[in-house]
Design a protein. Structure first.
Length: 187
């Protein structure tokens, strides 16, 4: 379902995105450009070097395929027709962990940071998780990503672990912070 925020933001779920040829066609290119630019700028998205276009195409295919089986959610945020953010979660594959999912990425174009895009995407992903029967939604963030950690805490995520100096980028070391949102409690 689409939702709108004060910045005239449209957030599409995977079915809406893939059924709109004007958006689906350029989605991989737009996602690649945004993610590569963010990583080049030092964003903590799991890549040390900007990902290749093929890597993003493979990622999108994998997530969309998992969405079709009910094992994922994908959201894309647009201002006008420009992709400004994306996020997704994937259900854990092990049978004993299937009631749980991990938010793999929430990425927002640097040009719109601070305008509620990340909050809107994350809230939509939480709603999707609830609808899919997810009991616990987890994520991790680099310890120096204070804005993301503040956002997640404000949405009810709690820290359940931390690996000190676990992330190595050149000579720099950062904590890896693990967070969870127990959806069983706030039903």
């Amino acid at each position: 379902m689409s939702s709108r925020a004060a910045v005239d933001l449209t957030v599409l779920e995977a079915a809406e995105l893939t059924s709109d040829p004007d958006r689906a066609g350029p989605f991989v290119e737009s996602a690649h450009r945004m993610l590569a630019d963010l990583v080049r700028g030092g964003a903590a998205l799991g890549w040390v070097e900007p990902p290749s276009r093929d890597e993003i195409a493979e990622l999108v295919d994998r997530v969309v395929s998992a969405v079709r089986t009910g094992d994922a959610a994908l959201r894309a945020a647009y201002i006008d027709r420009r992709l400004v953010g994306l996020g997704y979660w994937l259900r854990y594959a092990r049978p004993t962990h299937q009631p749980h999912a991990d938010v793999e990425k929430v990425a927002v174009d640097a040009a719109v940071h601070g305008r509620g895009v990340g909050r809107t995407l994350t809230k939509a992903l939480i709603a999707d998780a609830r609808q899919a029967g997810i009991e616990v939604l987890t994520l991790d963030a680099r310890g120096d990503n204070a804005n993301a950690l503040r956002l997640y805490r404000s949405l009810g995520f709690t820290e359940y672990g931390r690996l000190p100096a676990f992330v190595a980028i050149g000579e720099q070391r950062y904590d890896k912070v693990f967070c969870m949102l127990d959806l069983r409690r706030d039903g």
